[in-house]
Design a protein around this ligand. Structure first.
Ligand SMILES: [Zn+2]
Length: 95
């Protein structure tokens, strides 16, 4: 899985900053992304001393976008749907 590679995949180079954790082009959620990469090399410390980092998503519409991990909305999908779609991808990396 490339999500936790240290080297950014090429598609992250043109990523657009999304502020609402949806694809800025087609509005798809992260659930529909065909690839994800998380920049864990350079976490940023927020004012609350919590770490946040950039999460990059490669949407199925071929748009690349990223958002701060701290901006991710609380999961309303709970575990059920998320487990089905991304069971092999542990995105819950808050420590
Ligand atoms: Zn899209």
């Amino acid at each position: 899985m490339e999500a936790f590679n240290l080297t950014p995949p090429q598609w992250t180079e043109s990523a657009i900053h999304s502020f609402d954790f949806f694809c800025p082009k087609c509005g798809a959620s992260t659930m529909e992304a065909k690839a994800v990469w998380i920049n864990r090399r350079s976490p940023v410390y927020t004012e609350n001393s919590r770490r946040k980092w950039q999460e990059f998503y490669h949407c199925h519409c071929n748009t690349s976008w990223w958002a701060w991990s701290s901006d991710r909305p609380p999961s309303k999908y709970a575990s059920s749907e998320q487990d089905d779609d991304m069971g092999d991808l542990d995105l819950d990396i808050d420590i």
